[in-house]
Design a protein around this ligand. Structure first.
Ligand code: PEP
Ligand code: MG
Length: 537
């Protein structure tokens, strides 16, 4: 038995086998080989396996996201048979007398760079694809099955670090918990773990030898126990039983209104990242969606999601929620949420860089495509829109102007939409909080993003694991900005909600009610515990 202590960032206890999620780049070594023909045959075998896996993924995607979106896997299959790609791998193996892994990774890097430098947008977008297929083949060659999302039994994922795009690719039904070395409490990976209602720990350096071993993840204590003894297993099972009892009690609050003792109704909404989360939002009795992180539609694919793809997602969410309000946040990419096809470039300070509304206002074609999709979906449910990372009145006015242009276009095309979709902004910069009274006159609502508001108020990168212990969302400056924003929002006629992680912090529910908050939006698994606090305050 071995026990390691980090920091619990997702509550709960999990028992199961460890799966080390190791990024393939770290494994590729240049190794000399004698028999180059045998080495190329090894590659061909791995390539055939990759093509077979992509076929399975294609079939699965057809069912889950439709043929149009699944087509990318067919493109990947074709790329693996491309003559230039194959020639390059063969040449490297034969001329440099090196291993297939190295030849594939080098070819993947070279082709990816070549595509990225092309003028044509279609070819530019293939840059990520060629890297992706090469990584798949390298994973197969180096002994893992090549498909990080295909796991036979539910596992505890252990990794050095996980990007949001990596976290979302896992099949949720096969996940028990996350354990990483890097990461912080408010990183998007931590948020995703909480959205999936999984135990998670950060700050644990892993050993590759743990792969396949039995372990206990205790998200309350922040401990990872490898090869636990009977006593520890018994204790973990007991905690799980108690958690189940607590959840059962909370479920008795389903159907009850979220009304405070003094009679104020609080809108208790859920945060989601896609269509699949609506089931859990409804199952936990969320009264609406207060934050649909639409950027995950962009993170999940290899290319810009089309207007049709987005429309279908927004419409499905609106319909699934059956008339309950669905607040769709427009694209919030940049900082830790990167997609290669966007070509955002390297920045010294990405959290303070070219992100979110700053991208949308400078690339209106992307913004308009999304707004058209949202407005089209508004005809099928109760949709609202909010804009992230606002710092000025001018930005709000620009957003509203583009909204009017989109509405005029749809009207001219005879496409139905709802005229009076509520428009809101996120208050997640101190600048927006300070001028919130002015901003309130321009919008229907505010939603306070406490994750970024804390980051920018305290000048602490929310991704920085070293500063996690002082990244204090309860800091009086953060709480004062929240209080002030609620007061100013009301003065200007806007309703005010909170959708950052702090909304689920039940030690603050009473305080937020005293500040006059109108809405709290939390990960689906936290809805009922927050309702419990509302009812008792
Ligand atoms: C926030 O910043 O609080 C927020 C809700 O947005 P995100 O966590 O996606 O940046
Ligand atoms: Mg934010």
């Amino acid at each position: 038995m071995q026990q390691f202590t980090g920091k619990g960032i997702g509550k709960g206890v999990a028992i199961g086998k460890i799966k080390i999620f190791d990024k393939s780049e770290e494994k590729v070594r240049r190794v000399s080989v004698e028999d180059t023909a045998a080495e190329f045959a090894r590659f061909e075998e791995a390539k055939a396996k990759a093509i077979e896996q992509l076929g399975v993924l294609y079939e699965k995607a057809c069912v889950e996201v439709g043929e149009e979106n699944a087509a990318i896997f067919e493109v990947h299959q074709m790329m693996l048979d491309d003559d230039d790609y194959l020639d390059s791998i063969k040449n490297i193996i034969e001329e440099q007398k090196v291993n297939a892994e190295y030849a594939v990774a080098t070819t993947g890097d070279n082709f990816s760079e070549m595509f990225a430098n092309m003028e044509d947008e279609y070819f530019k977008a293939r840059s990520a694809d060629v890297k992706d297929i090469s990584e798949r083949v390298v994973r197969i060659l180096s002994g893992s099955d090549g498909d990080s999302s295909s796991m036979d039994e539910p596992v505890i994922i252990v990794a050095q670090d996980l990007a949001p795009s990596e976290t979302v690719q896992f099949d949720k039904s096969k996940l028990l918990a996350f354990v990483t070395h890097l990461g912080s409490s408010n990183s998007h990976t931590a948020i995703l773990a909480r959205m999936m209602n999984l135990p998670a720990i950060i700050g644990i350096e892993f050993d590759k030898a743990w792969d396949g071993k039995k372990a206990i993840v205790d998200g309350y204590k922040g401990t990872l126990t490898i090869d636990p003894d009977d006593e520890q297993l018994k204790e973990a099972l007991l905690i799980r039983e108690k958690d189940k009892e607590k959840a059962k009690l909370l479920r008795t609050l389903k159907g009850k209104p979220s009304v405070t003792k003094s009679g104020k109704k609080i809108k208790l909404y859920a945060n989601i990242k896609g269509v699949n989360d609506t089931a859990s939002a409804l199952d936990n009795d969320a009264e609406g969606v207060g934050l649909f992180r639409s950027e995950f539609l962009y993170l999940e694919g290899d290319d810009f999601p089309s207007e049709e793809t987005q429309f279908s997602a927004y419409k499905t969410v609106a319909e699934n929620m059956g008339g309950k309000q669905v607040v769709i946040r427009t694209l919030d990419l940049g900082a830790d949420k990167q997609v290669s096809y966007f070509d955002l470039g390297q920045e010294d300070n990405p959290a303070m860089g070219y992100r979110a509304i700053r991208i949308c206002l400078t690339r209106p074609e992307i913004f308009k495509t999304q707004l058209r999709a949202i407005y089209r979906a508004s005809a099928f449910g109760n949709v609202a829109i909010m804009f992230p990372m606002i710092i000025s009145l001018d930005e709000v006015l620009q957003c509203k102007k583009i909204v009017e242009e989109v509405k005029a276009e749809l009207k001219a095309e005879g496409i139905p939409f709802k005229e009076d979709v509520e428009l809101g902004i996120m208050i997640e910069t101190p600048a927006a909080a300070v001028i919130s009274e002015t901003l309130a006159h321009e919008v229907d609502f505010f939603s306070i993003g406490t994750n970024d508001l804390t980051q920018y108020t305290l000048a602490i990168d929310r991704q920085n694991a070293k500063l996690d212990n002082i990244n204090d969302s309860h800091h009086p400056a953060v709480l004062e900005l929240i209080r002030m924003t609620i007061e100013n929002g009301h003065k200007g006629g806007a309703w005010v909600g909170i959708c950052g992680e702090l909304a689920a912090d039940t030690t603050l529910t009473k305080t937020f009610i005293e500040y006059g908050v109108d809405e709290l939006s939390v990960s689906p698994g936290f809805v009922l515990s927050v309702r419990n606090e509302i009812i008792n305050n």
